[in-house]
Design a protein around this ligand. Structure first.
Ligand SMILES: [Zn+2]
Length: 300
């Protein structure tokens, strides 16, 4: 009996002390502070929601009122250091189609050694030509504009729709630019970058679009392309860029230019140029799969 009697209270004790009682009692005793806390919390949530709404509204306002790069292009005044010689309207190389956007700047090389910016521009303007770039930079640093900034050019394949294109002339088959063309290219690209608010990441080679070896020198010497990006930034900061490229300097009063021509006159005659094209791997690689305008861009 004694054992039984002592066993019972132990069972009751176990059942009668659930931890719930302890936690429910404070709720009943202190309801007021909880309500205040809830009010405070609600106020904070409301405040956060209001801030988020204001932020979304401000962003929507900015998006709705922000001009697109094509709209900016339409209002952009072309600086005097650019020689504007637009391709005739209605010419096959100037479609007149308005760009969908301006997201990148594509750099090319003309692929035809020693041709001038004027010769390339005039080639685009021929009735049987269906290629053209927005700008051509010559070996003396001259810059010719061929297509308005708002219109599509015809040189960067799938990216014609949202890019500005620049063809650069070069003295020999390596495709290396002259110092003058390099300096002008930096000036032109930086002007475009600041006009359309584009970082150097948005300056690309034609190679990035199609894998084509263009501009050849920068595809074969990628470190020089990296240097170009660095030089763009340096020039943007107002620093003078000293390039490793040769000076061109045409003109009768320049002895250097005469020597240069004499040294290279045989190397760049027409037949030699044809051999270069026939030997060119790129020609073979693209011959079967690219449209005529792609050939013309490099091999006309
Ligand atoms: Zn190209």
């Amino acid at each position: 009996m004694n054992r039984h009697m002592t066993a019972q209270p132990v069972q009751f004790m176990k059942v009668s002390r659930p931890p719930v009682r302890n936690t429910t009692s404070p709720r009943r005793n202190y309801p007021a502070p909880k309500k205040k806390n809830k009010l405070k919390k609600n106020a904070i949530f409301l405040f956060i929601e209001l801030i988020i709404l204001i932020a979304i509204g401000a962003q929507a306002f900015l998006i709705l009122t922000k001009k697109s790069n094509v709209e900016i292009a339409a209002e952009t005044k072309i600086p005097s250091w650019i020689d504007v010689q637009l391709i005739d309207q209605g010419n096959p190389s100037r479609s007149g189609v308005i760009l969908e956007g301006i997201n990148d700047i594509v750099v090319h090389y003309v692929g035809n050694p020693r041709t001038t910016a004027q010769q390339n521009r005039d080639f685009y303007n021929q009735q049987d030509s269906d290629v053209c770039s927005h700008f051509v930079v010559g070996m003396d640093g001259e810059i010719i504009m061929c297509v308005p900034l708002t219109e599509k050019s015809a040189s960067s394949n799938d990216r014609n729709k949202d890019t500005i294109s620049i063809e650069v002339c070069h003295p020999d088959t390596t495709g290396e630019f002259t110092d003058e063309s390099y300096q002008s290219l930096i000036k032109l690209v930086n002007w475009l970058r600041s006009t359309f608010n584009l970082s150097t990441d948005h300056v690309i080679r034609h190679y990035e679009v199609t894998g084509k070896e263009c501009p050849m020198y920068y595809v074969r010497n990628p470190e020089k392309w990296d240097q170009f990006k660095e030089d763009l930034k340096a020039a943007e900061e107002g620093k003078e860029v000293e390039s490793s490229y040769r000076k061109h300097k045409s003109g009768e009063d320049s002895e250097e230019s005469e020597d240069y021509s004499a040294d290279n006159s045989e190397e760049y005659d027409y037949s030699e140029s044809e051999n270069y094209l026939a030997d060119n791997d790129v020609y073979e690689e693209f011959s079967s799969e690219i449209p005529d305008e792609e050939f013309e861009e490099i091999f006309y």
